[in-house]
Design a protein around this ligand. Structure first.
Ligand code: ADP
Ligand code: MG
Length: 701
C-alpha cells in the first residue's frame, strides 16, 4: 500500500510527463502522497451570490450574476484596457481587463447573463472588479459547487501551462476516485481514539473537498496535530535517548577559580536572571547527564558572564572549555574581556582565529594536549581538524544562529566523550518556534537587563531630514559620545557591493571633516589586522564615528557609543535591525537608534520600522517578524537542520496546538521511550519515513 502513494505523479490520470515535470519543479509534487498533502490555502464559497448594492471595496472575492451591458476600450499604449458595464437589478459596476482585450468581447458577448467572480476594488470612486472570472449564466445549473471551493496556490509558470487551482483540484479528485481503499492510518488507533481525531482518509478528503465548515475544521485539526506531533515526537525521542544514554562529565565542585573570580573580580552584581541561569547550568553540570542547553537573552543581557562562570566551573573540575564565535571581531572582544575579568586568578585564556600565526598555533596545540584546564576562545578555527583537546568539558557557542548544523556538530567530536554544550543566542525566538527549532534542548532565558540601562530611543527620519540628523550627531559627539553609522551591503550576482558605504563615507567626511572629527571604518572586506586597527581607534575614543556594514551587528560592545544610525533601514530585516540597535544602550547614558529611509517605502518596510520605533522588546519583535515573514525566512531556521516544509500548520498561528502536540508526544514517550510497544509501531515507522533523510542536529551525540 505504501508503494501506491510513492507512485510518480505522471501516472495519475490527467497529468502525464510534461505536467508532472512542472508540478515537481514548481510545487514540489512528485508522487501521489505529495498531491494528497498539497493543501488548499483557502476555500471560497461558490454557493453564495451577492447583489451589486451589497458590494464594498474592502470585500474579499464575491460572486455576482448579471448582464454585461456594453464594452469600452480605454487608454492607449501600455495603459490600454478593456472595461465593461455590468449590472443586476440592484445596480451597476465596472469590470476591467488589461489582458485578453481582443478575445473577451467575442467570447462573452454583451447583452447576455453571466456569473462573475472576483475582488471588488475602487476606481475613481466607483466599484470595479479587475480580471474577474467569468462564465455563462446558463451553466449555473450544471456547475458542481460547494460552499468550500478549494483554492490551491500555483505559480505564474504553472498557470501558463493551464495548471490552475481548478486543475489541481481535478487531479486530486481523480486520485481519490481511483483509490478503492482508504488511505492507511499514520497514527495508532489508540491515539486517534483517545484524542478524538478524524481518520486520516476522511481528514484528507475533507481538506480537499469539504462538506461542512465544522467538519473541515476537524479535518484540518487532525492534519495539523499529526504534523506537529511527529516533529515533537522526533525531537523528544532524541532528547530522551541522549538523556538516558549519553553520559556527561560530572562537575561536582565549585572551586578556587570560581570563588576567586566571584568574590574578588566580578565588577558588578549579577542580575537575578543571571543568577537563576547559572544555577540551572550548575545543576546540569553536576547531574551526570550531558548538558544541551540553549541560553536565550536579549542583546546586552549579559550572556557572556554566564558563559564565563560556567567555564570556570569546568576549570575547577580540571576540564578545558571553549567559546566559539561567528566572527573574529567577536572572538577578539571576548578574549579581551575574559582575559581582563580573570586576570590574576590563575587560569590561562587562549585565542585562536584564522589569523593566528603558526608559532602561536603550535603553542596552543601543545597546551590543549596537556593537562591544564584552559579556556580557548576562537572562531571556526576551533573546529579545524588539527585542533584537539585532551579534556574538553564544556563547549559554548555564541550567537549560535550564525553557525550551520555541521559546524556545531564538529565541536561534539573534539573529545572522547561529548562535552557539555551551551549555545547562546540573542535572536529572540517566539516560544512556540523555539519549541520546534530547539525542541530537543533545555532552554534558559535571561529576561532581565543589567540595572541602570535606559531603553534605547528609536526614531525614524526620511532622507530629506538628514541635516537635522547630522546636527543631532554633532551634539552627541560634543558631549563626548560616539556614533555608529551602518550601511547595507548590496549583494549582486554573488558579489558583495560596498558602494553604499563608500558613497556614504564621502559625504560623512565632508560633514564631519578632520581634524575635528575622526571616522573609523569597518567592513568585511578588510583584513583582520585592519579591522582591529579600526576597532581600537573607536574603542580608544580617538574616532568619534564608526562607519560600518553589518559586521558590527554581532557582539561589538562599546558602552560609550550612544547613537546607532542605520542608513537605508528599509532594506534590513527586523531581527537585524534589533541586533544593530543592541550595539547601543550598553552604558549609563541615554542612547538613540536612528532609522533613515527614503520617504516612500513598501508597506512591509514601514511595518518593520514602525515595530522598531514602538518596542524594544526582542520577543515582541520576533513575534512581529514571524508574522511578517513566516518561519521559513526567520534567521536561524534555514540552518536549523529541521526542515520547515510544514504542509498545513503555521508556526505563527498554531502556537497552542504546538504545545499540545508536544505534551501528547511527551506522554507517549514517557510510557514507551523507545516506541517498541507493538501498539506504537505506526509511530516508529512514520518517524523513520518522515525523518529518514532529514538531519537532526541533536542526533550528533
Ligand atoms: P550579550 O548578552 O549581548 O552577549 P554581554 O555579555 O556582551 O551581553 O554583556 C553586555 C555588557 O553588560 C558587558 O559589558 C557586560 O560586562 C555587562 N554586564 C553583564 N552582566 C552585567 C551585570 N549584571 N551588571 C552590569 N553589567 C553587566
Ligand atoms: Mg554576546
Amino acid at each position: 500500500m505504501q508503494n501506491f502513494f510513492d507512485t510518480e505523479i505522471k501516472f495519475l490520470q490527467g497529468v502525464g510527463p510534461k505536467r508532472a515535470e512542472l508540478l515537481a519543479e514548481e510545487a514540489g509534487i512528485r508522487c501521489y502522497r505529495d498531491l494528497l498533502y498539497y493543501f488548499p490555502y483557502r476555500y471560497e464559497d461558490r454557493t453564495k451570490f451577492y447583489k451589486i448594492n451589497e458590494l464594498e471595496p474592502e470585500m474579499p472575492n464575491v460572486q455576482l450574476q448579471g448582464r454585461i451591458v456594453a464594452y469600452h476600450s480605454e487608454g492607449r499604449g501600455p495603459g490600454k484596457r478593456l472595461s465593461a458595464d455590468f449590472e443586476d437589478e440592484t445596480g451597476r459596476i465596472r469590470l476591467t481587463w488589461f489582458r485578453g482585450i481582443k478575445w473577451i468581447p467575442d467570447t462573452y458577448p454583451a447583452g447576455r447573463e453571466y456569473i462573475i467572480f472576483g475582488k471588488p476594488g475602487l476606481f475613481s470612486g466607483k466599484i470595479n472588479i479587475i480580471h474577474p472570472e467569468i462564465e455563462s449564466a446558463e451553466k449555473r445549473e450544471e456547475r458542481i459547487v460547494s460552499a468550500f471551493q478549494a483554492q490551491y496556490s500555483t505559480t505564474e509558470k504553472l498557470k501558463n501551462h493551464f495548471i490552475t487551482s481548478k486543475f489541481i483540484s481535478r487531479i486530486t479528485g481523480n486520485l481519490f476516485k481511483m483509490m478503492n481503499f482508504k488511505v492507511p492510518e499514520t497514527l495508532p488507533a489508540w491515539l486517534i481514539q483517545k484524542y478524538h481525531l478524524m481518520s486520516l482518509h476522511d481528514a484528507l478528503f475533507e481538506a480537499h473537498f469539504p462538506s461542512r465548515h465544522d467538519v473541515l475544521e476537524k479535518a484540518r485539526y487532525r492534519l495539523k496535530f499529526e504534523e506537529l506531533f511527529y516533529i515533537q515526537l522526533n525531537l523528544l525521542r532524541y532528547k530522551s535517548h541522549r538523556d538516558t544514554h549519553v553520559k556527561g562529565f560530572v562537575f561536582s565542585r565549585v572551586g578556587d577559580l570560581f570563588n576567586r573570580f566571584y568574590y574578588n573580580k566580578l565588577p558588578f552584581e549579577l542580575t537575578n536572571a543571571q543568577k537563576r541561569v547559572i544555577k540551572e547550568i550548575r545543576k546540569d553540570l553536576g547531574s551526570g547527564r550531558q548538558m544541551n542547553r540553549l541560553l536565550q537573552g536579549d542583546v546586552g543581557s549579559g550572556k557572556t558572564m554566564v558563559a564565563l562562570m560556567a567555564m570556570l566551573i569546568a576549570a575547577d573540575n580540571g576540564f578545558q572549555s571553549c567559546i566559539m564565535t561567528p566572527t573574529e571581531i567577536l572572538a577578539y572582544q571576548h578574549f579581551r574581556s575574559v582575559t581582563a575579568f580573570t586576570e590574576g586568578i590563575g587560569i590561562e585564556v587562549l585565542l585562536l582565529t584564522g589569523s593566528t600565526k603558526s608559532t602561536e598555533r603550535k603553542r596552543i596545540a601543545e597546551t590543549l594536549e596537556g593537562e591544564k584546564p584552559v579556556i580557548l576562545i576562537g572562531t571556526h578555527a576551533l573546529i579545524e581538524e588539527s585542533v584537539r583537546f585532551s579534556r574538553l568539558g564544556l563547549a559554548v557557542i555564541d550567537e549560535q544562529h550564525r553557525f550551520g548544523v555541521a559546524q556545531r556538530a564538529k565541536l561534539w567530536e573534539k573529545s572522547a566523550q561529548p562535552p557539555h554544550v551551551l549555545v547562546m543566542t540573542a535572536t529572540p525566538i517566539p516560544r512556540t518556534l523555539a519549541m520546534t527549532l530547539y525542541g530537543d534542548l533545555d532552554v534558559s532565558v535571561i529576561d532581565e537587563m543589567p540595572p541602570g540601562r535606559l531603553p534605547v530611543k528609536t526614531m525614524h527620519f526620511t532622507d530629506n531630514e538628514r541635516n537635522k540628523v547630522y546636527g543631532f550627531i554633532r551634539k552627541q559627539i560634543a558631549e563626548g559620545r560616539q556614533v555608529y553609522i551602518v550601511y547595507p551591503l548590496i549583494e549582486e550576482s554573488g558579489k558583495l557591493d560596498y558602494r553604499n558605504l563608500e558613497e556614504g563615507l564621502d559625504i560623512l567626511t565632508s560633514v564631519f571633516p578632520p581634524p575635528d572629527y575622526c571616522i573609523s571604518v569597518l567592513h568585511g572586506k578588510m583584513t583582520p589586522a585592519n579591522k582591529e586597527v579600526s576597532m581600537k581607534l573607536f574603542r580608544d575614543r580617538q574616532a568619534q564615528i564608526m562607519v560600518a556594514t553589518t559586521v558590527i551587528e554581532v557582539g561589538v560592545d562599546i558602552p560609550n557609543a550612544t547613537v546607532m544610525l542605520i542608513e537605508s533601514a528599509e532594506r534590513f530585516g527586523l531581527s537585524q535591525l534589533h541586533q544593530l540597535r543592541g550595539r547601543v544602550g550598553r552604558g549609563a547614558g541615554q542612547s538613540y537608534c536612528i532609522l533613515m529611509s527614503p520617504a516612500k517605502i513598501s508597506k512591509e518596510a514601514s511595518v518593520r520600522i514602525g515595530t522598531m520605533v514602538s518596542t524594544n522588546n526582542g520577543f515582541e519583535i520576533a513575534e512581529a517578524d514571524l508574522t511578517l515573514r513566516g518561519p521559513g525566512d526567520l534567521e536561524g531556521t534555514q540552518q536549523s537542520g529541521i526542515a520547515f516544509d510544514l504542509k498545513i500548520s503555521d508556526l505563527a498561528r498554531d502556537g497552542q496546538l504546538i504545545e499540545y502536540a508536544r505534551r501528547v508526544a511527551a506522554s507517549v514517550l514517557e510510557k514507551d521511550p523507545t516506541l517498541t510497544d507493538e501498539k506504537n509501531s505506526v509511530l516508529r515507522n512514520e518517524l523513520n519515513r518522515i525523518f529518514a533523510r532529514k538531519y537532526s542536529w541533536s542526533n550528533i551525540s
